[in-house]
Design a protein around this ligand. Sequence first.
Ligand SMILES: [Zn+2]
Length: 247
Amino acid sequence: MTHQISTLPEDWTRAMAIVAHPDDLEYGAASAIARWTAAGKSIAYVIATDGEAGIDGLTPAEAGPLRQKEQLASAALVGVDDVTFLGHRDGVVEAGIGLRSDIARQIRRFRPEVLITATYELTYGMTAGQRIVNQADHRAVAVAVLDAARDAGNRWIFPELLDEGLEPWAGVRHVYLMGANQPSHAVDVTDHLDAGIASLRAHAAYLQGLGRDFDPAQFLRTMTAAAGTSIGARHAVAMAQIQLQGV
Ligand SMILES: [Zn+2]
């Protein structure tokens, strides 16, 4: 099966990347984020949990602060210093109105034109015949992001945000899904792959906690080379575009 992949449009200045865990953005999107911040765009990160359930050998009380610290370092390496942790409980995130409200608050604060999140699909996999379950937290956050993007633009949904001085923001045009089974757009990251690799390496305690050999450079080079062929670039990051406003 083939489908057309277009170059991701870059006619915007502000994007917010909203994901479940520290490290979710570093498995691909960080190289694109490095490209965009280098071009002068403003990017903010919103992380729903502290990833405190992500390291088998560390208790959540130990892992949470450590993973926050690694995420901040990781973001700085690709030019992002606006990082918010929402404090939802790792592993059991629900796409309910609590999460929607928390995300809508961040969207109203930062006023992005573009959102980036992980796909909501139940399974994914770059390789035919290999299907991997997409974690529950990723799915929940993606659904909440799509709904919160609409909520952020409606004055009468979450009116308590008005009391916080946060006026409606209906300016989100597109949501991009990382890891989507059928990407529609790709961004050339050939010149920013090294920053993306460094950004993943910054999750040192997490990667060590995996307890198996994992080479961030090899992983990201292979993944981005595969996506690159779709747009004639050496390395690219591919995502599925969802349009938020009807024409
Ligand atoms: Zn994750």
